[in-house]
Design a protein around this ligand. Structure first.
Ligand SMILES: CC(C)(COP(=O)(O)OP(=O)(O)OC[C@H]1O[C@@H](n2cnc3c(N)ncnc32)[C@H](O)[C@@H]1OP(=O)(O)O)[C@@H](O)C(=O)NCCC(=O)NCCS
Length: 375
């Protein structure tokens, strides 16, 4: 079967939406049309006539796609057109034919840098096979707040989805022996003991932290003052932040800035997840002068208080050493390291990205890592 790979253009829009509905089923309601338009046509960092999407076509049937979410990436003192790899999928009957690597190769050649943080094992395997390189790991931290029987039930049903026998045993244990109540009690007790041992008083800083609806010129002041502290970072200027954290559909972000005497010191973006996310609190993006330990601690303490007792845990992910220190100080536990992958066909960019001493800034707000409903 001869399957053709090509870049999609605006005329393909409705066929692409049909494809997304077929490929993603019920989940497609979160992908089209609002999110799709925001990501692939109303993205201010796209200046092409064509769509940032490559498709695999069998005759006139779309059977696979991979897409790029374009963002402005600062490397050293210059901005480049980078794209996060998103929405990579092939219809089940067309898998195993080598279409995945072909799609990834075609998309990878378009932006200056094509990169991803969180991805399925199969996608990671394919990207490595065609030459994507690893970037410094993003470390995920979690602070446990409280458990409840309904969270335990949902957690077990999600984790044991692929093991029907274990799922049945757990169902019996919970229905007849109240295992979820005991587990919940035990977890809450452990959190209490952990917090007593690692008692972390909240520092009393001078920051005024207030909610904002839009990122304004003050953010650009902060960015201009601080951006040189990182070699590789998605440009956190107001245009990008408003597109990513204000205009993004379906993700109700709360944005806060920290001021001292009207001078901006940093910002934090937060999101509270519902039951389908096990009531997790997300610290999506935190930015300030990296050696401004007071502002880092102040914004993180603010986030912990803002989530309060209404979440089961609070999660934050970062590549920044100073943030990691502050998270540990405030009782967050290191959960995992995630290795991002990148591809570029420009030798001078490859050289800068592979520099072992380069300071990367990556967070949960990057990529399409934060999604609802969770993957
Ligand atoms: C990811 C996807 C697009 C790849 O499709 P494909 O190109 O047809 O790829 P295949 O399924 O044939 O797998 C490609 C390679 O990955 C390997 N692979 C598949 N699943 C894997 C896994 N879980 N772990 C490691 N390797 C895996 C295969 O063995 C194969 O290796 P080979 O080329 O050396 O034989 C397809 O599996 C898919 O649509 N999955 C569902 C959506 C998804 O998970 N998308 C990724 C989001 S990040």
């Amino acid at each position: 079967m001869a399957v053709n790979i090509r870049q999609a253009d605006k005329k393909d829009q409705l066929r692409l939406w049909d494809f997304v509905q077929t490929a993603y089923g019920k989940r497609s309601q979160h992908k089209v049309p609002d999110r799709w338009l925001w990501e692939f046509t109303n993205n201010p960092f796209l200046d092409e006539e064509k769509l940032p999407i490559f498709i695999a076509e069998d005759g006139d049937k779309i059977v696979g796609q991979t897409c790029g979410m374009y963002v402005p990436l600062k490397i050293k003192n210059k901005k480049y057109k980078a794209a996060w790899g998103v929405d990579f999928i092939i219809l089940p009957e067309y898998r195993g034919l080598g279409l995945g690597p072909r799609l990834q190769q075609a998309m990878g050649a378009c932006p200056d840098i094509f990169f991803s943080i969180v991805m399925a094992h199969s996608a990671r395997y394919i990207k490595k096979k065609i030459g994507h390189k690893p970037a410094p790991a993003v470390t995920v931290y979690r602070k446990f707040v409280k458990s409840s029987p309904d969270i335990i039930l949902l957690y077990l049903s999600k984790r044991l989805r692929k093991y029907p026998l274990l799922q049945e045993i757990t169902r019996i244990a919970c229905t007849y022996f109240q295992m979820h109540l005991f587990l919940s009690y035990f977890i809450n007790l452990s959190i209490l003991v952990y917090n007593k041992i690692n008692r972390c008083g909240f520092p009393d800083f001078k920051h005024l932290i207030s909610e904002i609806e839009l990122f304004d010129d003050r953010i650009n002041v902060l960015w201009n003052r601080t951006c040189n502290q990182y070699d590789i970072i998605v440009s956190r200027e107001k245009q990008y932040l408003n597109w990513k954290f204000v205009q993004q559909p379906n993700l109700p972000y709360k944005k806060f800035i920290a001021l001292i005497n009207n001078d901006i010191k940093g910002y934090v973006v937060l999101r509270k997840g519902g039951l389908d996310e096990l009531y997790k609190g997300h610290i999506i993006d935190l930015y300030c002068q990296r050696n401004d330990h007071n502002t880092i601690l102040s914004l993180l303490s603010f986030a912990i208080n803002w989530f309060g007792n209404n979440v089961s845990s609070i999660e934050c992910a970062t590549t920044v050493h100073e943030y990691r220190q502050a998270l540990q100080k405030l009782g967050f536990i290191m959960m995992e390291h995630i290795e991002p992958l990148y591809f570029t066909n420009q030798p001078h960019i490859a050289e800068m990205l592979s520099d072992k001493h380069a300071e990367w800034f990556l967070a949960k707000g990057d990529d399409d890592w934060d999604q609802h409903p969770p993957i």
